[in-house]
Write a protein that binds this ligand. Structure first.
Ligand SMILES: Nc1ncnc2c1ncn2[C@@H]1O[C@H](COP(=O)(O)OP(=O)(O)O)[C@@H](O)[C@H]1O
Ligand SMILES: [Mg+2]
Length: 430
C-alpha cells in the first residue's frame, strides 16, 4: 500500500510538471508569440515547489535526488536551485520525543550515560539522518548523526519503484536504458545506510589527507556509534555555497573553488579513493580556507585502471587526438552500438574539450545548449551500449563540482589545475 502511494505521488508530480511545460510550448505555437521567460520562470517555480513538497512528504531517495538537482546551478534554472537546495540540510526534522528513545535503543544505554548534554533541536536534517549537537561526558563537543527510524524500509520501497520505472523505460525505449544507474544505486545505498562504513571512510580519507592542513574530516567516536548512530567531532564552518557568509568571513571564494577542484582531483588521481557526494550541504569552509567534508557514506575505490584511464582520456582530449580519445573510452569499459568512436569523440570534447577551450570551470548556458544538441545527435546516430559504473560516480562528482563552480563564480582554469596530474608531478604515494 505504501509502495503504491509513493508510486502514485511521483507519477502525479511528473505529469503535472510535464503538462505545464507542454502547455507553455503549445501556447507559444498557437499564439505565435516568442518564448515568455516570465511564464517559464513561474512554471519552474511551481514545479520546484511541487517537487519539494512531494519530497518532504515522502522522503527517502526523493530527497537524495533533490539534493543532487539542487546542487546543479550550472545546468538548472535558478528557481529549482533555490528551492531544492533547501533539502540539502533543512528537511523538516523528526521530533526529539521520537529520536531520544531511538538513540538509546541503538546504543543500548540511556542518553545520560552517553552524553553530558544533547540539544533537542537538530542543527540540520537531511536525506537519511538528522544531526544533533551534543557534549560528551568528558566535555568533547560532538555531532550526533541519527539515522531516521525506518528509513531503510522507505529506501527499499523507493529502490523497487525506481527499478520498475527504469526497466519499463528500457523496455519501451531502447536508447533510454538507464539500468546501469540501477546497479549503481543498488551498490551504494546500503553502504550509505551503514554508519560503520561511513566511520571507516572518514578515517581512511583523513589518513589520505593527513599531511594536508587545508582539508579536514570529522573524527568518528566509536564508543558512541553504531550502524544507525554516528557520533563525531562537531566542526564549525560556513556552508560552501553561502557566498555572503564567505565574504563576511573574509574568505576568498575563488580560492575555495580552487581548493575544491584540487582536493577532488587528488582523491581520484593520487589516492584512488573518492568521496562521492560533494553537494553543498556536505561541505563547510573555515578560514584559511580549510575545506571540511562531511557525510562520507558514499565513497568509492578508484582502481589503478580507472585512474590511468582517466588520465589518458584527459590528456587525449587536451591534445584533441581523436584516435586516443576513442581508445581511452574503450579502455574505460565503454562501447558504442556500431563500434565506431565518433560518439566518444563528441562526448569527450563536449565534457572537457569545450570547458577547456573556454578556460572556464563550468559550462555557461549557451555552451550547455550546444552540448545537448551535439550530444543527442551523436547518441541517436550511434548510442553508447555499455558504460563503466565507476566512471558514472566520477561523473556525478564532476557534475556536483561544476554546479559549485558556478555558485562560487569559479575562475579556476581546468587546464591549469589538471596539468600537474597529467605530467606526473602529482603522483601516487605508495
Ligand atoms: N560533524 C559535524 N559537525 C557539524 N555539522 C555537521 C556534522 N555532521 C553533519 N553536520 C550537519 O548535518 C547535516 C546532515 O548531515 P549529513 O552527514 O550530511 O547527513 P545526510 O546523510 O542525511 O545528508 C550536514 O549537512 C551538516 O549541516
Ligand atoms: Mg548530507
Amino acid at each position: 500500500m505504501v509502495m503504491v502511494r509513493r508510486f502514485l505521488a511521483v507519477g502525479r508530480m511528473v505529469v503535472a510538471i510535464y503538462a505545464g511545460y507542454k502547455g507553455l510550448q503549445i501556447a507559444g505555437w498557437v499564439t505565435g508569440a516568442s518564448r515568455r521567460p516570465d511564464y517559464y520562470d513561474a512554471h519552474h517555480r511551481r514545479s520546484a515547489r511541487l517537487i519539494y513538497n512531494t519530497a518532504v512528504r515522502h522522503e527517502g531517495l526523493l530527497i537524495k535526488a533533490c539534493q543532487f538537482a539542487g546542487a546543479r546551478a550550472d545546468i538548472l534554472p535558478l528557481a529549482y536551485v533555490e528551492i531544492l537546495s533547501e533539502l540539502q540540510d533543512r528537511v523538516p526534522p523528526r521530533p526529539f520525543s521520537a529520536i531520544a528513545p531511538w538513540i538509546e535503543s541503538q546504543l543500548g544505554r540511556s542518553l545520560g550515560e552517553c552524553f553530558e548534554h544533547i540539544e533537542e533541536v537538530p542543527v540540520a536534517a537531511a536525506s537519511l539522518a538528522q544531526v544533533h549537537r551534543g557534549r560528551m561526558l568528558g566535555g568533547r563537543e560532538v555531532a550526533v548523526k541519527v539515522q531516521y527510524p525506518q528509513i531503510d524500509r522507505i529506501i527499499a520501497t523507493d529502490m523497487a519503484n525506481f527499478s520498475f520505472f527504469i526497466n519499463l523505460l528500457a523496455f519501451i525505449e531502447r536508447s533510454f536504458d538507464f539500468r546501469i544507474l540501477l546497479d549503481e544505486v543498488r551498490k551504494y545505498v546500503p553502504e550509505e545506510l551503514d554508519f560503520v562504513n561511513e566511520a571507516n571512510n572518514a578515517r581512511r580519507l583523513a589518513e589520505n589527507f593527513a599531511e594536508d592542513d587545508s582539508v579536514m574530516f570529522p573524527t568518528p567516536i566509536a564508543e558512541l556509534s553504531s550502524r544507525t548512530i554516528l557520533t563525531m567531532d562537531y566542526i564549525e564552518g560556513i556552508k560552501v555555497s553561502d557566498v555572503e557568509g564567505l565574504d563576511a568571513a573574509g574568505i576568498d571564494k575563488h580560492r575555495v573553488a580552487e581548493l575544491l577542484v584540487t582536493t577532488y582531483l587528488r582523491q581520484v588521481l593520487v589516492h584512488g579513493f573518492l568521496h562521492g557526494d560533494p553537494h553543498p550541504g556536505n561541505l563547510l569552509v573555515r578560514p584559511g580556507p580549510v575545506l571540511v567534508i562531511l557525510d562520507l557514506g558514499l565513497a568509492m575505490e578508484c582502481s589503478e585502471e580507472l585512474r590511468r584511464g582517466l588520465i589518458k582520456l584527459s590528456a587525449a582530449i587536451i591534445a584533441r587526438d581523436a584516435a586516443r580519445i576513442g581508445a581511452a573510452f574503450r579502455e574505460l569499459g565503454f562501447e558504442t552500438r556500431s563500434g565506431d568512436d565518433d560518439t566518444f569523440i563528441t562526448l569527450g570534447e563536449l565534457f572537457l574539450g569545450q570547458a577547456l577551450e573556454a578556460h572556464q570551470a563550468y559550462a555557461d548556458l549557451a555552451m550547455i545548449e550546444r552540448i545537448q544538441e551535439q550530444l543527442f545527435g551523436a547518441l541517436r546516430a550511434n548510442p553508447i551500449v555499455k558504460a563503466s559504473s565507476d566512471l558514472l560516480l566520477v561523473l556525478r562528482v564532476m557534475g556536483l563540482l561544476s554546479g559549485l563552480g558556478k555558485q562560487l563564480d569559479s575562475q579556476v582554469d581546468p587546464l591549469t589545475v589538471m596539468m600537474p596530474f597529467l605530467t606526473g608531478r602529482e603522483k601516487k604515494k605508495d
